[in-house]
Design a protein around this ligand. Sequence first.
Ligand code: FAD
Length: 465
Amino acid sequence: MNKTIDDQIVNQLETIAGKENVLVNELDMEPYSHDETPGLRSFPEAVVKPTETEQISQILRLANEKTVPATPRGGGTGLSGGAVPLCGGLVVSLERMNKILDIDTNNSMATVQAGVINGELQREAEKLGLFYPVNPASMDSCTIGGNVAENCGGANAVRYGTTKDYVCGLEVILADGQIVRAGGKLVKNATDFSLIQLLLGSEGTLGIMNEITLRLVPLPEATVVLIIPFDDLSALSEIVREVFQTRIVLTMIEIMDRRTIKACQEFLDRKIPFDEARAHLLLRLDGKDRKELEGSFQAIGEICLNKGGLDVLVVEEISDQRKIWEVRQSIHEALVDKAHLLTDEDVVVPRTEITNLLSGVQEISKRHNLPVANFGHLGDGNIHVNFLREDLEEEVARKALTPALNELFRLAVSLGGKISGEHGVGLFKKPYFPLSVDKNYIKLMRGIKKVFDPSNILNPGKIFD
Ligand SMILES: Cc1cc2nc3c(=O)[nH]c(=O)nc-3n(C[C@H](O)[C@H](O)[C@H](O)COP(=O)(O)OP(=O)(O)OC[C@H]3O[C@@H](n4cnc5c(N)ncnc54)[C@H](O)[C@@H]3O)c2cc1C
């Protein structure tokens, strides 16, 4: 890897951001050499942690002048290697741009700096009776800037949508240091090209998200969670179809298979009911009060029981619902710790293809003798397919992984889906990107990248070369 940062550039960075906000020591930079994607690592030459907008602008201007690669970083929870500084250079960490600037209850909008942790915004909004519903399982460590850059989703997406449905205003800093503002505290805007939608999911390759204005919704007054254990998974697509046909609006429809349940149980040292079932469905309903929800959860429970559900556990206490969310949040760590997770994928297909996806995944797993655990957002057709090493030799497992992944992504595309529903392409899925997007689309994306970042300094080597 070519060295791109010399002492003079380090001095200039220190002048811009302060000596205490520039790291060059390898030990200090270790946490910035990886995200949460298993097996990916690359060291930067320096890390800078700006505390003001003008500093970000000056840092990028300098990087652009000296052609230094600059990788933006939020919480480092990414699962596609987006924040890994593949070409060395500079990591621009937004961790100190972490202020909630304003929660405007009259307009139901929050304006935050990019480094604000998602869960913190949720808690602050809730105190005012408002709700930011995009709840990735990583919400206690990922940042709003990273969420925008990945167009992050969460378990509540069935009812509330994903990050793209909430960003109303965005201040972005371009590769040459220019500051551009789009939108505002506006629920409507037909005045310009929708730069915001273009930047959503751009994975740090087009600009650094700085200030973000997000729409908030009223905090639901009542929530009910249902846990439904299943042994026969062949009815899942049918259940989802019937549930949607009732016109009852669910907040989440999640699935956890037996391997996932067992790993969480061991990891948390906590008994999970019906742990021998092949899978659990996890459903949530939001409403005004229990009375409003009762008819809905009974109707949904009945559909599930008629289609092979073994039982319906109704969880009404908020403290019990929190415990369920703790289990859901622990899955990634549990699979890493208890099953030697090799990869956490997030393919997405039309809802109606869920059964075909899950049975195809089982066939791939058998064909390559590679254990698999599936969980995720059933109601969005977005399943986390986790290939595991378990007791296999590292070399044997790695050898099986490449063809298994290739077949997984081809399967998702053949079912009308995409290779990522929420984790992005980053570095890990770059080889498979052309499977999902046609040549003309990629040509258009390259053209857009050139307009935003002609010297290719922003997160080079991600999504496509
Ligand atoms: C346990 C666990 C559970 C998860 N659950 C979910 C889930 O339910 N739904 C989901 O969608 N994802 C999930 N993820 C993935 C991850 O949390 C999301 O992709 C999240 O949006 C990343 O945010 P971050 O701040 O950690 O970004 P990082 O990992 O730091 O960066 C991600 C990408 O965004 C870019 N970036 C970061 N900040 C900025 C910025 N300010 N401006 C421009 N680019 C920037 C980086 O360059 C990189 O390409 C999960 C991850 C883990 C480890």
